[in-house]
Design a protein around this ligand. Structure first.
Ligand SMILES: [Mg+2]
Ligand SMILES: [Zn+2]
Length: 175
C-alpha cells in the first residue's frame, strides 16, 4: 500500500534560517515544530526532509559536518516521539546541473520510489518558492509556503496556502 508523506524543507521550516548553518549551537527549532510533526504522524503521514545544502560544495562545511548536525537533529525529534522517515539532501551548487537541487524535483522522485509514496495525498512545507516548484514538479499539489524563513519575494506564489509557520499547518492539513 502506498503511503502519504509530509515533506519538509529544513532551513526556515524546521529551524530558524541561518546562512550556511552547520553548527549545533546555531540550530534553533521553530516554535511548534514538534507539536505539528506529532500531529502529522498521528494522521498517518510519514515525515521526510528534503534540503538543499550547497554549503557542502561551496566548502563552507563538510559532508561530515552536515551528517553530524543531521544526526543530532533526528535525535531531538526522536526525544519528542517523532520519527523522521528519511532525509534527502543535495550537496551541489547552483552551477552543478545536478538532478537533485531544488527547484528540480529529483529528491522528491527518489523519495517517492524508495518509500512508495502517493504524491496526491502528500504535502510539501517550504519557506521558499523553489520548494513549491520542486514539489509541483514531482506532482505534489498540496503545498504550504511559510513566512518563518526566507523573506517571501514576489507578489505571487504557486503555494496552496501561505502561513506564518509550521505551527499553523495542522489547521490546514486535516486528514
Ligand atoms: Mg529553506
Ligand atoms: Zn544536487
Amino acid at each position: 500500500m502506498s503511503k502519504k508523506a509530509i515533506f519538509l524543507d529544513r532551513d526556515g521550516v524546521i529551524n530558524k534560517e541561518v546562512n550556511y548553518l552547520y553548527k549545533i549551537e546555531n540550530f534553533e527549532f521553530i516554535n511548534g515544530i514538534f507539536e505539528s510533526c506529532l500531529y502529522f504522524q498521528n494522521l498517518g503521514y510519514i515525515i521526510i526532509i528534503i534540503t538543499n545544502q550547497s554549503g557542502i560544495s561551496r566548502e563552507f562545511y563538510s559532508d561530515n559536518d552536515y551528517q553530524k548536525l543531521s544526526a543530532w537533529m533526528l535525535e531531538e525529534f526522536s526525544k519528542h516521539g517523532i520519527i523522521i522517515q528519511d532525509t534527502f539532501y543535495c550537496p551541489h551548487g547552483p552551477e552543478s546541473n545536478c538532478r537533485c537541487r531544488k527547484p528540480k524535483p529529483g529528491m522528491f522522485i527518489e523519495a517517492k520510489k524508495k518509500h512508495n509514496i502517493n504524491m496526491k495525498e502528500s504535502w510539501m512545507i517550504g519557506d521558499s518558492e523553489i520548494d513549491i516548484q520542486s514539489a509541483n514538479g514531482a506532482d505534489i499539489q498540496n503545498t504550504i509556503l511559510v513566512r518563518s524563513g526566507k523573506k517571501i519575494i514576489g507578489p505571487t506564489s504557486n503555494a496552496k496556502f501561505i502561513l506564518d509557520s509550521i505551527r499553523d499547518a495542522p489547521n490546514f492539513i486535516l486528514d
